[in-house]
Design a protein around this ligand. Structure first.
Ligand SMILES: *Cc1c(COP(=O)(O)O)cnc(C)c1O
Length: 380
């Protein structure tokens, strides 16, 4: 099956008991057994739930894996991967990670004796320098947030030491744009909350892989630790995914139009978007992604925080909110929102200036989005 068919049909069959074409929400905690251990494959909903099974199988197909596991949130999925580690094990991770990933690694798992190295992975030589016999996990995120740096997944996979797991957080690209397993990753992680579910109405996470050993270990963690999603949330994710390919096409079209418009705008000093030929990793993006996505970040010529705040509070169709990947456009201010916990000097060194604005372009009419941006920029 091709992608647009998979989103609708992979792992999804009409309900065998009634013929219902839409996956039922199996709102049940337990399942009746005819005699002890004589059941239909379902015993208790932390362990298995039929609505969740459909979503897991669908996600596995979208990422070209053989299995999928769903979690109550993206962080729940990341937590499960980190729990593959033992005290003394070392992890090499992207330096401009999603804030929640940085937090769980440094504030939770460092205390359990796991050692984390954060490196700029846009040059894979930085990863090579940190590899040791203790390296057990390589954790990459690409494109990164909010500067949209691109990491070469194939090159990283080639560096992976024997016995280590290579996991890619594929939230920003979605399986429509990029399939890390095909490029050599062992695991793909998703905040399904974002592009996959796509309608800003559910929080959910997932892992997809190919190896049976990883499946066994992660299924054990999923069931033992219990960060599993409810059936209603799985249903919403299944429904959202049915239009993933259509939404992504429009997100990419609108992202491109917004990036090009801002690039030539007199009030704007810099635009971050991997589709520009001048982007340092444009060729890698072109090779490993189908298109460049709907995320665009930019800085103002007036580099004060006040100017950014003025633009953000004037924007109307771009709603000021955390999160991304929904059908409606969102804007955010990394310096005071997602990256506020980083000290200002460190933040500036990393290229996260006070006037940096991040856009998640939705699927609205591009003329209205451009008019909204122009209006807000005219106020500074
Ligand atoms: C949102 C997000 C997460 C965390 O997912 P939740 O569903 O919010 O728990 C992880 N990685 C990235 C890149 C994200 O954008």
């Amino acid at each position: 099956m091709h992608f647009a068919t998979k989103v609708l049909h992979a792992g999804i069959e009409p309900d065998p008991t009634t013929g219902a074409i839409m996956t039922p929400i199996y709102q049940t905690s337990t399942y009746v057994q005819a005699s002890p251990a004589d059941h239909k494959g379902y015993e208790y909903s932390r362990t298995h739930n039929p609505t969740r099974t459909v979503l897991q199988d669908n996600l596995a197909a979208l990422e070209n894996g053989t299995w999928g596991l769903c979690f109550s949130t993206g962080m729940g999925a990341i937590d499960a991967v980190a729990k593959l580690m033992k005290p003394g094990d070392e992890v090499i991770a992207t330096n401009d990670l999603y804030g929640g990933t940085f937090r769980i690694f440094t504030k939770i798992f460092e205390a359990y004796g796991i050692v984390f190295h954060f490196v700029d992975m846009s040059d894979v030589a930085n990863v090579k320098n940190k590899i040791s016999p203790k390296t057990k996990l390589i954790w990459a995120e690409t494109p990164t947030n909010p500067l949209l740096r691109i990491i070469d997944i194939k090159a990283l996979a080639a560096l992976k030491p024997e016995g280590a797991v290579f996991c890619v957080d594929n939230t920003f690209a979605s399986p429509y744009l990029q399939n890390p397993l095909d490029l050599g990753a062992d695991l793909v992680m998703h905040s399904v909350t974002k592009y996959l579910a796509g309608h800003s109405d559910v929080v959910l996470g997932a892992l997809v892989g190919k190896e049976d050993d990883l499946k066994e270990r992660l299924t054990f963690i999923q069931n033992s630790c219990g960060a599993t999603p409810g059936p209603q949330d799985c249903f919403l994710a299944i429904r959202g995914i049915k239009t993933l390919h259509l939404r992504m096409q429009r997100h990419c079209e609108n992202g491109k139009a917004v990036a090009l418009h801002l690039q030539s705008h007199p009030k704007v000093s810099k635009v971050y978007w991997p589709g520009f030929e001048t982007h340092p990793n444009h060729l890698v993006a072109k090779a490993q992604m189908l298109d460049f996505g709907g995320m665009v970040s930019f800085e103002l010529k007036d580099d004060s925080k006040e100017a950014a705040v003025k633009v953000l509070s004037t924007l109307h169709l771009f709603s000021l909110a955390e999160s991304l990947g929904g059908v409606e456009s969102l804007c955010g201010h990394p310096a005071t929102m997602t990256h506020a916990s980083i000290p200002r000097e460190t933040r500036m060194l990393a290229g996260l200036n006070d006037s940096l604005i991040r856009l998640s372009t939705g699927i609205e009419d591009i003329r209205d989005l451009i008019a909204d941006l122009d209006n807000a920029l005219s106020k500074v």
